[in-house]
Write a protein that binds this ligand. Structure first.
Ligand code: FRU
Length: 498
């Protein structure tokens, strides 16, 4: 159908049919990256939640598997995580089979509809066949609800240093950290965040993991938290906090805390469309990456986007890094390197002079920008800016670039194609601050039929947005503002999929 041709992404994960929201339960085992997701198979809007399931050997091409978990008497299967229990701490392993244990939230719709506060509880399920089939634990729920309306989305990690499981839960506008020895019995160890960060929405889908600071031996703990309102450009977003964890208590890093108090620019992504993102469990140590994936739409218009047979897309998986930016810890994101295995033809240009206020065409008809990567660098901008334009022969255009007078990046999808399905979809230009103070500007940009993911400055500022053009963009041009500039390097790569 036309919708499949125009809107079904080439390499971003979408459900075959029905509704999808958050990525859930991602783990790596025996050659496969597993991805589960919030799924309602019977309609293209949110409904009784299941866990859909897909696998990949390279994080780029996905294979659909049967639904992993269905709602039951305890409720809908809300978001959660999964871990490989190598030491069989849970005792679910049998005959030498290693159990995979998933921890998720039950949302009991009867209680929820009746306005009861205790509708959400935490539960576990296990698989003895590498994630194909799941058995829900007969002792569920493993954590009862203490009377908190929003009490959900457990993310579990093995705390190597202390030999314990650590789990983080979003609960009533803060985080709750639990520990366990066996994944069944959980003890509340700490609460964090009541007075920190943004509280303009409900806290959801947390993550919590240690990372080494690039170029040092320091290890810090990174806490991600999605929030259903108050993101930099409005709507849903994901903020983060960095600090230390002693096995019980999380304490913010001093420099981080000071920087956050001055200016809250600690967001995973500054585009409108990246939510509920969390990281993979059990990536082998010899690989060593932290790999993140997010749901790329905003909750405000997710049930209105112009696809009918399926709804929503996951981001391209991204590698997370922890850097020290003049002593302030920050995380950066880069597209996983596996995407480069799909590069076909390439064009490279060096030292392209761009006259001020003139549109310079960089490519016209040579590339299909519905599956492409664009990379560029510009050595010296000062207060100059630039605007890249992707366009098609229908007069539709997607703009992105940098405003040197304000030191900020932007994405403008106001004329990108179909935009009238929701008033918040294209009412404004999205803005992202430049966080790097390097002289060199660079960007790595991934395009699929309906999405752009921009990693400015090696991923210090990321921006993800979706769009719905009536024909693929086939032309790329650039305009320089406030003076001539030189595009030091430009690379356009065609991505190829069979
Ligand atoms: C986030 C969220 C989660 C919840 C799930 C329900 O988008 O609200 O907090 O578990 O979706 O589908």
């Amino acid at each position: 159908s036309l919708e499949e041709q125009l809107y079904r992404p080439y390499y971003h994960f979408t459900p075959k049919v029905g509704w999808m929201n958050d990525p859930n339960g991602m783990f790596y085992y025996n050659g496969y990256y597993h991805l589960f997701y919030q799924h309602y198979p019977k309609d293209n809007i949110w409904g009784p939640m299941h866990w859909g399931h897909a696998i990949s050997t390279d994080l780029v091409q996905w294979k659909h598997l049967p639904i992993a978990m269905y709602p039951d008497d305890l409720g809908y299967i809300f978001s959660g995580s999964a871990v490989v229990d190598y030491d069989n701490t849970s005792g679910f392993g049998k005959d030498g089979k290693i159990p995979i244990v998933a921890m998720y939230t039950y949302h009991d719709p009867k209680k929820g509809d009746a306005g009861q506060l205790d509708a959400q509880t935490q539960a576990i399920a296990y698989s003895l066949d590498e994630g194909n089939s799941w058995t829900k634990y007969e002792g569920n729920p493993v954590i009862d609800n203490p009377g908190i309306r929003d009490f959900r989305d457990p993310k579990v990690i093995w705390d190597q240093e202390r030999g314990q499981w650590v789990m983080i839960l979003a609960a009533d506008f803060e985080m709750m950290i639990y520990t366990s020895k066996n994944l069944k019995d959980w003890t509340l160890a700490d609460r964090f965040g009541k007075d920190v960060g943004s509280h303009e929405g409900v806290w959801e889908c947390p993550d919590f993991f240690p990372m080494q600071v690039e170029g040092s031996d320091d290890v810090k703990w990174v806490m991600l938290g999605s929030i259903s309102g108050g993101a930099p450009n409005g709507g849903n977003g994901t903020q983060y906090f960095i600090g230390d964890f002693d096995g019980q208590k999380f304490t913010m890093d001093k420099n981080f805390e000071e920087a956050l108090a001055k200016k809250h620019d600690f967001w995973v992504d500054f585009g409108k469309d990246n939510y509920a993102g969390v990281t993979w469990s059990n990536i082998p140590p010899q690989d060593g990456r932290k790999i993140f994936i997010g749901w790329i739409v905003d909750g405000h218009y997710a049930n209105k986007v112009p696809t009918t047979t399926w709804r929503s897309t996951q981001s391209l998986p991204r590698t997370v890094k922890l850097i020290s930016d003049n002593g302030i810890p920050r995380i950066t994101f880069q597209p996983v390197k596996e995407i480069t295995n799909y590069i076909g033809k390439k064009s490279k240009k060096d030292h392209v002079s761009i006259g001020v206020d003139q549109e310079t065409v960089l490519s016209d008809g040579d590339f299909d920008f519905s599956k492409a990567q664009i990379q560029y660098s510009i050595a010296s901008l000062k207060d100059k800016g630039y605007t890249f334009k992707l366009s098609n022969n229908k007069g539709e255009e997607l703009l992105f670039g940098y405003d040197g007078t304000k030191n900020q990046f932007f994405v403008d999808r106001r004329k990108s194609g179909k935009v009238d399905f929701h008033k918040e979809f294209a009412d404004k230009v999205s803005i992202g601050p430049r966080l790097s103070d390097k002289d060199l500007h660079d960007a790595d940009i991934l395009l699929d039929k309906t999405s752009i993911e921009i990693f400015f400055d090696n991923g210090e500022t990321s921006m993800t947005e979706i769009f719905f053009p009536s024909a693929p963009y086939s032309k790329l041009s650039v305009v320089s503002e406030n003076g001539d500039l030189v595009l030091d390097h430009l690379e356009i790569s065609q991505l190829k999929f069979n």
